[in-house]
Design a protein around this ligand. Structure first.
Ligand code: PEP
Length: 251
């Protein structure tokens, strides 16, 4: 088993093309010594410019969403063919903000995952409970159902290509991080679930990230947990210095 850690920045609706290029001008010269995998996920409008600037560097590129269809009458949507041509290595799927504000469901998440895999774009699939669900004591059941629904009718060799991100909704953008042991508990349960659905080989290969107020101050503690393979980072990925501090956590 050798899962390469991944730190991915989810920029959400932040950074114009100019700001993205300025970020990369400052960030890229720093990353020569980084040994883990890094990715940025800027808004759609920045992807082409970012891809040009990232050519020949170690930093991968991801989108924040996509439609599952290749073409068609879906005004305002972006297809996997479009992302592939940029090219994007990753696409975030089912972020809690997409589920909450744009009515994404486990069913659409499953369709998007299948489509991303078909087009050779690695999906970063977000799952996580609300504060009310945590307080009700149903975190594990809820997250396991999200994982099972996400993986519906996906073959083992394709399941291995998925990156999961466990992001408790109450920890996103709030400054409240799940403790490393709470994050490990849920992420360990996700790995066990994948083993039950497939086998140990798939479970050992799938990378599972933690997301929710990850900062340079807490990354080491999170990464020390056995099943946490990296982080999906919002706020702290927006400044080159703090994103570099995260990516260099093990140096
Ligand atoms: C996110 O939106 O995926 C996220 C984890 O945000 P933040 O790091 O700001 O909590």
């Amino acid at each position: 088993m050798s899962r390469i850690p991944l730190i991915a920045g989810n920029w959400k609706m932040n950074n114009t093309k100019r700001e993205t290029l300025d970020f990369l001008s400052s960030f890229l010269p720093k990353v020569e010594n980084i040994t883990i995998e890094m990715a940025i996920c800027p808004p759609f409008t920045d992807l082409y410019a970012a891809a040009e600037k990232l050519k020949g560097t170690k930093v991968k590129l991801g989108a924040q969403n996509m439609h599952w269809e290749e073409t068609g009458a879906f005004t305002g949507e972006v297809s996997p063919l479009m992302l592939k041509e940029i090219p994007c290595d990753y696409v975030i799927i089912g972020h809690s903000e997409r589920r909450q504000y744009f009515a994404e469901t486990d069913e659409t998440v499953n369709k998007k995952i299948k489509s991303a895999i078909k087009h050779n774009i690695a999906p970063i699939v977000c799952v996580g409970e609300s504060l009310a669900q945590r307080e009700e004591g149903i975190t594990i059941d809820f997250v396991m159902t999200q994982v099972e629904n996400a993986l519906k009718d996906i073959k083992p060799e394709d399941a291995k290509k998925i990156v999961f991100a466990y992001e408790p909704i109450w920890a996103i953008g709030t400054g409240k991080t799940a403790s490393a042991s709470d994050a490990q508990e849920v992420i360990g349960a996700i790995r066990n679930k994948i083993e039950k659905l497939y086998n140990k080989d798939v479970a050992e290969d799938v990378r599972i990230l933690y997301g929710g107020s990850v900062k340079p101050e807490n990354i080491k503690e999170l990464m020390a947990e056995a099943d946490i393979d990296g982080a999906l980072v919002g706020g702290a990925s927006l400044k080159p210095d703090s994103f570099y501090a995260l990516c260099s956590f093990n140096l």
